[in-house]
Design a protein around this ligand. Sequence first.
Ligand SMILES: Cc1ncc(COP(=O)(O)O)c(C=O)c1O
Ligand SMILES: Nc1ccccc1C(=O)C[C@H](N)C(=O)O
Length: 422
Amino acid sequence: MSNKNTLAYAQQLDNEDPLKAFRNRFHIPKLKGKDVIYFTGNSLGLQPKSTKTYINEELDDWATLGVEGHFHSQKRPWFHYHKFSKEALAKIVGALPSEVVSMNSLTSNLHLMMVSFYRPTKTRHKILIESGAFPSDQYAVESQIKFHKLPYNEALVEISPRKGEHTLRTEDIISKIEEHKDSLALVMLSGVQYYSGQFFDIQKITEAGHQAGAFVGFDLAHAAGNVPLELHKHEVDFAAWCSYKYLNSGPGGVSGIFVHEKHGNNPDIPRFAGWWGHNEEERFKMEKGFKPMEGADGWQLSNVNVLSSAAHLAALEIYNEAGMEALREKSLKLTGYLESLLKELQDEGFLQMITPTEPNARGCQLSLLVTHNGKAIFEHLTQSGVVADWREPNVIRVAPVPLYNTFEDVFNFYDILKKVIF
Ligand SMILES: Cc1ncc(COP(=O)(O)O)c(C=O)c1O
Ligand SMILES: Nc1ccccc1C(=O)C[C@H](N)C(=O)O
């Protein structure tokens, strides 16, 4: 085969790609009539062409049936709507269908999960998070600690990379957990870190957290649909994610939660309740006394946001067709190809890839630390039709997504970047 630094090589990889037809299922944004190189599926995934149809079906049912749509919709009665995403989501996060439900938005769900799993006592009151966690998570944790009237600086334990490093070593996370083992109530980390792209070792961290007597939960915003997950098997206590990144379900799209079976069927776990979490057989009796549904369903508050969930179903259908295993296989190749091309620029000292090089420790995304003229380089990329994102103070994040990105996208990105730099 030809040299990998050529367009012909990339095109050959695309020809051999068993998932190549999926790109055509999405709307690709354009700049001056040409498809952009869309590398921001880690922020907002692209719109499936089928999304409009799914939403229009609900709009039609609403127009023709009004309130009757709750039970008599053509295809998907709204009363049951949260059930239609369960099978697909369970596969994506490695759960039983009863352990997952889509509802609300991510930060709201993190709060609901902390209501149940951050219940500080006199001796156990600390939360461990990664330093530099996504701001919304930091604010959520800060406000939970303050809600319990605990001293914030003492109750919050943050773990930082070693000096000169950009990612966390699993051994360091574990020793931090052990260090606080007598006072730790909750370990809450991301699955894939939004800034560095690091995929944490969920199994080992969960084991260590449990050994220390803490609950362990994950924010899977950047992990769901990006990396293989086994939440049930790894005995994670809870997780929450959003659907608008790798799950392509639209801006502000409905979030999802996972509650492990061992907690989901325990009606004594405290929670903030609403009628959609109440026993569905009796929901319309309008009686006093909350009786939770079994499993994650018992954490629902409100009736389903049907239009947002319709977009979710459209995207999950495509996801299911492609299959997580095949997507991961392509993702490893795609990101591996990007890494191999960028290595040349890294060796010349123009950028530093701070995402782990070990494929099991990352998803699609590579985070490029650009210390000289980073912002100007980023702006030039944007003008050249690359949609990436800039994260302060000096990182360009690029995420080739296996459902709709191509090896040609990767090559063209490298080509543009090289010309900008040299
Ligand atoms: C890790 C992480 N947590 C939380 C959020 C915020 O989610 P939301 O605005 O949907 O609550 C995001 C992205 O916006 C994120 O990447
Ligand atoms: N929802 C958004 C709305 C506006 C701008 C960005 C977002 C993101 O999702 C950012 C993403 N969480 C990130 O990892 O940076």
